[in-house]
Ligand binder design. Structure first.
Ligand SMILES: [Zn+2]
Length: 412
């Protein structure tokens, strides 16, 4: 078991980036792409790395976790085309069902986008921020550096880990990668492949600087980057608070490959100001709020449902309230009610009931809101109101799995 301990120690070292001293900010203008259109591996090292990612991609392409939304697929490809220009031809996007907030672009052009990212963005600029950051890792060939570092410094350790699946186990325990990615990687023994996408702090600083430039050049407001990561920090704080824990800045978490912290916020804001000042004449930016809302609307209820089922009410409530800054609707009110119901603290039952009542007052409430409202009314002693609301649920979703049971309960 000494090998297991050695692997854990090795992995922990590479994960614990929080203590790394803050380096001087990288200027966005200093970043140059190292990958052009039609780029191919230049040596045996890089070819080997591409082959491993090709195997991972084959698994992902046939995964049952694919979102299966041609409209969102096209939309995402459109955003990537704006960010990468002609180099976007090398990118292949896979939208995956995974509530963790994450995305990644592999050196061979495979891009993974989690539903957890789709759930959190309030506009296209926020979405482009995360994709742009990943594109920057790709354009700077960061994976290749990591690949070579791994082989020279921790090659033996990583090899032991990969052959026993331990690296994946450790990575999952540390929350370094979303569960779905680990599952897929395990299926092909690809933990080593994933482990090289855990970038160094210096690489993250490059990706931040370059990413802001990519979104600015694509016409998105460059300040969206700091706003997006700020939202991630606030969400982490809300989650920690709800679990009675102290928030640790840049601690290991679902996004620990991109540890957000206040220093990064300051750097991102400074880079955004620098780019805006350099834009002569001043560029007109568009955050794409309406385009994003239209694109995500058909998926919104399912995306939030995925998050709520994670049973982390601190995160769910934060997310619902963050999205509601752009206006409440029936889906958001219903999800707020569900989050309160699952949190189940003193007063939450009443809060949930109020949220359901508010949800069904909207034209766009999901059918489940009527069911939840009905049960809440029955619980509060309003049997008649409850029956009416449950009947509305059946009208809206006659084929629901629980329709027969509810019809039976409503029968005179
Ligand atoms: Zn990154």
């Amino acid at each position: 078991m000494t090998s297991r301990r050695a692997v854990i120690a090795g992995a922990a070292c590479s994960c614990a980036l929080a203590g790394v001293a803050h380096a001087e900010r990288i200027h966005p203008a200093a970043m140059q792409a190292l990958v052009g259109p039609g780029y191919r591996p230049v040596d045996a090292d890089e070819r080997g790395m591409w082959q491993d990612f090709a195997k991972l991609e084959t698994e992902i392409a046939s995964s049952n976790r694919l979102l299966g939304s041609p409209a969102m697929q096209r939309y995402t490809e459109g955003v990537i085309a704006r960010l990468l220009g002609p180099r976007a031809d090398e990118a292949r996007v896979y939208l995956l069902h995974d509530p963790a907030f994450n995305a990644a672009m592999a050196p061979n052009g495979m891009m993974i986008v989690n539903t957890g990212l789709l759930a959190r963005c309030r506009d296209e600029a926020q979405f482009a921020t995360v994709l742009g950051h990943e594109c920057a890792h790709y354009l700077r060939r960061h994976s290749l550096q990591r690949w070579r570092d791994r082989r020279t410094k921790t090659g033996i350790m990583a090899f032991v880990g990969a052959t026993t699946g331990l690296v994946a186990g450790v990575a999952a325990a540390a929350g370094a990668y979303p569960r779905t990615w680990i599952d897929v990687a395990n299926a092909i023994n690809g933990a080593l492949v994933l482990s090289i996408m855990h970038f160094t702090r210096a690489q993250e600083a490059e990706a931040d600087a370059y990413g802001v430039r990519l979104i600015e050049e694509a016409g998105y407001p460059p300040g969206a980057a700091a706003a997006m990561w700020q939202q991630v920090i606030e969400e982490r704080r809300a989650s920690a608070r709800a679990r009675g824990k102290r928030y640790r800045d840049a601690a290991r978490s679902a996004m620990s490959s991109h540890p957000p912290n206040q220093e990064r916020m300051l750097d991102l804001s400074a880079s955004a100001r620098e780019l805006e000042a350099a834009s002569v004449p001043p560029r007109r930016y568009d955050g794409g709020r309406d385009a994003w809302r239209d694109a995500v609307a058909p998926l919104r209820a399912a995306l939030l449902d995925e998050q709520i089922k994670m049973n982390d009410p601190g995160v769910s409530l934060y997310l619902v309230h963050a999205l509601a800054r752009d206006g409440w609707d029936g889906t958001l009110r219903y999800c707020e009610g569900e989050a309160y119901r699952l949190r189940d603290e003193p007063g939450d039952a009443a809060r949930a009931a109020a949220a359901y009542a508010s949800a069904v007052a909207s034209d766009d409430a999901p059918p489940e809101a009527w069911r939840a409202h009905g049960y809440a009314l029955v619980k509060a002693g309003d049997a008649e109101g409850g029956r009416t609301s449950l009947a509305r649920y059946l009208e809206r979703k006659p084929g629901a799995a629980d329709a027969a049971m509810i019809r039976g309960a409503l029968a005179p």
